[in-house]
Design a protein around this ligand. Structure first.
Ligand code: ATP
Ligand code: MG
Length: 416
């Protein structure tokens, strides 16, 4: 038996990698224009970083982490998410001594031991961004506007934004109590997992996908109704800014997210056309995490985008994004002449593949088609004599003769 990849660990093959590239390029461009800089975080961290920040009683820490002991016997974990490592780096490198506000983004793979299915893998890619050191609700709205703008720019049109507020240390304890009281009365209907952690982390029951729990918690008290004045004011201000910017949203008072470090604004973006794994990005405020991990009091907000899921949505667009030109030179003289033309086209950032086939023009055209050519350029004896090349649009089936100079002047998209 040949060796296969590990379950849930995928190869990102050419058409998919093209979509990844488009998403990453667009994210880089957009984030940079909002003043974010890139950070590259390690793929592995000390286990305590994740268990302390994400929370001991979350699904991620309880059952999804790839945790090992290394050769020295230290417990290490493949990162399941990027926020905790960014915060660790922020503290460890004292980035708070530099700029008044630190804006960072990252891209890379995350690891979670989940049941693999469409849109859910054990190694998956995220692009995330974090703002460290800004408490204003205006930045919450700006982050959301940036994220929705990114999806729009990528052509993900049917993206829906849901927001909620999770309150803070002042108002969450009271809510927790109310919720706990409610859950106690529904205990018989909850799954074992929710019952087990009902005391330590009652909020988790609202995030449970188990149908019984969803039903049992449908009438649960909402955090929105328990917010203190400060959290309510913050939430109202975020909503007002979103409205000013024309960003559509829906308040989902049940959304609690699967990580314990969130406070106040939390959000999730879902997209149509993905089936049940339809969340393409999620995030929120985490105003106390930096302090909890040993840094100075630093209010923060951030999010992460699921790259595979977005790639599924832009697949077709990605395939068309950089059309392939196959160059067929017929005969020794044409081959020689073609070298310079191809070089110039590539310098103009066109994607050109020289065909080294030997058969008839017809068979070589077929080969070009099989290679996925959007356009074929033919340089044969006739073209040589006339000082032109023939450019064929493979989809439309039309062709025209052009001088080599004019094809380098004109972009491929203008040929058709
Ligand atoms: P979900 O509810 O889908 O499990 P989550 O709440 O665990 O998501 P986050 O930890 O907030 O998700 O991660 C942000 C985004 O990363 C998700 O919205 C999703 O697009 C993507 N994502 C999370 N887990 C996976 C996975 N196992 N495989 C692929 N993408 C994932
Ligand atoms: Mg999850």
């Amino acid at each position: 038996m040949s060796i296969t990849a590990i379950r849930g660990f995928n190869d990102i093959l050419p058409t998919q990698s093209e979509a990844f590239r488009l998403i990453e390029e667009e994210a880089r461009r957009v984030f940079t224009s909002y003043g974010y800089s890139e950070i590259r975080i390690p793929v592995m961290e000390k286990t305590a970083l994740f268990s302390r920040s994400i929370g001991e009683t979350t699904d991620i820490v309880e059952k999804e982490m790839y945790t090992f002991t290394d050769r020295r016997g230290d417990s290490v974990t493949l990162r399941p998410e990027g926020t905790a490592p960014v915060v660790r780096a922020f503290i460890e490198n004292r980035l708070y001594n530099g700029l008044p506000v630190t804006k960072l983004f990252y891209t890379g793979s995350m690891f979670r031991y989940e049941r693999p299915q469409k849109g859910r893998y054990r190694q998956f890619y995220q692009i995330g961004a974090e703002v460290l050191g800004e408490a204003s609700p205006k930045v919450d709205a700006e982050v959301l506007e940036m994220l929705m703008g990114l999806f729009k720019g990528l052509g993900v049109s049917e993206a829906t934004l849901e927001i909620n507020s999770l309150g803070d240390a002042r108002c969450r304890p009271a809510y927790r109590k109310r919720l706990l009281g409610f859950l106690e009365s529904k205990k018989a209907k909850l799954c074992n997992n929710c019952v087990r952690r009902i005391n330590e982390n009652p909020l988790r029951a609202l995030d449970c996908k188990n149908p019984g729990c969803v039903e049992a918690t449908s009438g649960a008290p909402t955090i929105i109704d328990s917010l203190c004045d400060e959290c309510r004011g913050h939430f109202e201000s975020v909503k007002a800014s979103l409205e000013t910017m024309g960003i559509e949203y829906r308040v989902n008072p049940r959304m609690v997210r699967g990580l314990d470090y969130y406070s106040r604004t939390s959000f999730e973006i879902t997209a149509a056309g993905l089936g049940s794994q339809n969340a393409v990005a999620a995030g929120g405020r985490y105003d106390t995490l930096v302090k909890e991990l040993g840094g100075p009091d630093t209010p923060c907000i951030g999010f992460a985008i699921g790259v595979e899921r977005v790639a599924l949505l832009i697949k077709e667009r990605a395939q068309k994004s950089s059309p392939l030109v196959v160059f067929i030179a017929m005969g020794t003289e044409a081959e020689k002449r073609s070298l310079n033309i191809i070089k110039t086209l590539r310098e103009k950032k066109m994607k050109v593949v020289a065909d080294y086939g030997t058969g008839s023009l017809k068979s070589r055209m077929k080969r070009a088609h099989r290679m996925g050519a959007a356009f074929t350029i033919i340089l044969g004896e006739d073209e040589l004599k006339e000082g032109v090349v023939t450019v064929k649009d493979m989809e439309k089936g039309v062709q025209e003769k052009l001088s080599p100079e004019s094809i380098v002047e004109r972009r491929i998209s203008q040929w058709a």
